[in-house]
Design a binder for this molecule. Structure first.
Ligand code: NOJ
Length: 549
């Protein structure tokens, strides 16, 4: 938290806390988190010591994909609150010195969005359809989809419409669920609309936007068939170019948006959710006249080994440094298995989806120990850091949600084989001994919480000097107060192959990945440690921050 909200470069070093609004705190007792709950818990975020919050979409949405199917970008969903509450929240957050970043979803809208309803009603060939990607089908009677693209949640990326007279009609493209039709970014009206949405919220004091699917807006106009690389949907098979991910033309959109953000005082900022193949490709989004930062998924996916982490850190700095952009450090978000549950798996399995991970043996103590070390590593590195709600409590992925409560469209579109992402979206435990753990005092939370979270509630953690929360609070405080940790430089120090160590102006961060304990340098003072340091010796899977003599 900065007292001075005028610092225009805040985003280069900020600690940003991700709020999945529906699961943060329930203010009106309906079992779903909301703006009222969030406002009531602002003091918690202030005490945690974060500089900003990023809220997952709070707009009007039928919730086919947790709010990423937006029906109206200029209003808040009634289940979550009102525009007036949103305004009050932004103001109160600012009073606490916390900036507010919203989530913009420019690749697609909800199928209930006014534009899409009109496009459907208007029929083939109508100008209303040009705002989307409607095409005739292939094969006899146009019965087959226009190309072979697969939707991110599974199944074809095309859905056939029914014409107003009841006969089978054209198909429309949706890279995600059928309820999320893709917009046509070749149409000037789409550009105009998003500039206007940005201004709508910037005028209401919002400090920035996270950009959903930032790599996906522009498609190859020929919509050619696509041979995808076997595992990675964003990697084309050899010799093919990707027809909808990371096309060069997408950068023009962000140059335009940057001009909008820069027309404000202080300038507003952007963070890209861009799934691209290399840090070099990511850096292109962060050229000086484009976006400010991007999530570092390369780091999130790195294996928990000294070599794997060092490599991802080096590559990130090298690529992003070339365009002058700061690196971000991310361990978890609302789309991936919580990192306690990844790190508690055998090394090779850490960055897989839940459907692939759940058969691997899970060691909670190991996952927690590594998560503590990873938190200190991430918070010691120069750049900004993203914290996903609940990681500061040490929450694990809820892997045994009963099928009937699952809401993630992945569940349905995978033919009920992949439970998807609900396990990291379970409502937070705030207090008490049993569910709903103070999440709200009315209806049951929209996803059931495990009884085992009784030991991880915010209330209990705040009193426990050994809790994850206490570690995060200390780390965030030191990260701001310690002059050595505020600059943008670091140098690696060689302390052995299985150790990561780097210095930042008088402060050293050491992480031991190996079985052999590591000695701290003579005379160094321990500022903070993720585990027990006995006689200056650092055990395996432990990180320490030291002030050098
Ligand atoms: C990325 C978001 O983080 C994810 O939750 C969503 O399902 C897709 N984009 C589609 O909007």
């Amino acid at each position: 938290m900065t007292d001075d909200l005028d610092d225009a470069l805040w985003w280069r070093t900020a600690a940003i806390y991700q709020v999945y609004v529906r699961s943060f705190a329930d203010g009106d007792g309906d079992g779903v988190g909301d703006v009222a709950g969030l406002r009531a818990r602002l003091p918690y975020l202030r005490d945690l010591g974060v500089d900003a919050v990023w809220l997952n979409p709070w707009y009007v949405s039928p919730m086919a994909d947790g709010g990423y199917d937006v029906a109206d970008f200029r209003d808040i969903d009634p289940v979550l609150g009102t525009l007036e509450e949103g305004r009050a929240f932004i103001e109160e957050a600012h009073t606490h010195g916390i900036r507010v970043v919203l989530d913009i979803v420019p690749n697609h809208v909800s199928d209930r969005h006014e534009w899409f309803r009109r496009a459907l009603a208007a029929g083939p060939g109508a100008p209303e359809r040009e705002l989307f990607l409607f095409r005739d089908g292939r094969g006899p009677g146009g019965d087959e989809p226009p190309n072979n693209w697969i939707a991110d949640f599974g199944g074809p990326a095309w859905t056939r419409t029914t014409d107003p007279d009841g006969t089978p009609g054209q198909w429309y493209l949706h890279l995600f669920a059928p309820e999320q039709p893709d917009l046509n970014w070749e149409h000037p009206r789409v550009h105009e609309e998003f500039r206007s949405i940005l201004r709508f919220w910037f005028d209401r004091g919002v400090d920035g936007f996270r950009i959903d699917v930032a790599h996906g807006l522009v498609k190859d106009p020929a919509l050619p068939d696509f041979e995808r690389h076997s595992r990675d949907p964003y990697l084309a098979a050899d010799g093919h170019t990707h027809p909808y991910a990371d096309l060069d033309e997408v950068h023009e959109i962000y140059r335009d948006w940057r001009r909008v953000a820069d027309s404000y005082d202080p300038p507003r900022v952007f963070v890209a959710e861009a799934w691209v193949t290399t840090p070099e490709r990511l850096a292109r989004y962060l050229r000086p006249d484009e976006l400010h930062t991007a999530f570092n998924f390369h780091y999130l996916q790195a294996p928990w080994t000294a070599e794997g982490m060092r490599e991802s850190i080096d590559e990130s700095f090298a690529a992003l440094g070339s365009v002058g952009a700061p690196v971000t450090w991310v361990l978890s978000n609302h789309d991936v298995v919580r990192h306690v549950s990844r790190f508690g798996r055998p090394d090779h399995a850490q960055h897989k989806a839940l459907s692939e991970l759940r058969d691997e043996p899970f060691d909670l103590a190991l996952g927690t120990r590594r998560a503590r070390a990873a938190a200190l590593l991430s918070m010691a590195l120069p750049g900004s850091v993203y914290l996903y709600q609940g990681e500061e409590l040490g929450l694990w992925e809820v892997e045994d949600l009963p099928p009937e409560v699952l809401r993630d469209p992945t569940w349905e579109h995978s033919g009920y084989t992949d439970p998807g992402r609900d396990g990291c979206r379970v409502p937070l435990p705030w207090s008490g001994q049993e569910p709903p753990f103070g999440f709200g005092d009315g209806a049951e939370p929209w996803l059931p919480q495990p009884a085992g979270w009784a030991t991880l509630t915010a209330e209990r953690s705040a009193r426990d000097p050994g809790s994850m929360l206490t570690l995060y609070r200390h780390a965030l405080r030191l990260r701001r107060a310690e002059p050595g940790l505020t600059g943008e430089a670091m140098v690696w120090v060689d302390m052995g192959e299985e150790v990561l160590a780097f210095d930042r102006e008088g402060v050293r961060c050491v992480v031991n990945f190996g079985a052999e304990p590591v000695d701290s340098p003579e005379g160094a003072e321990v500022l903070l440690a993720s585990g027990e340091v006995v006689d200056g010796r650092l055990p395996r899977d432990t990180a320490v921050w030291l002030r050098l003599p």
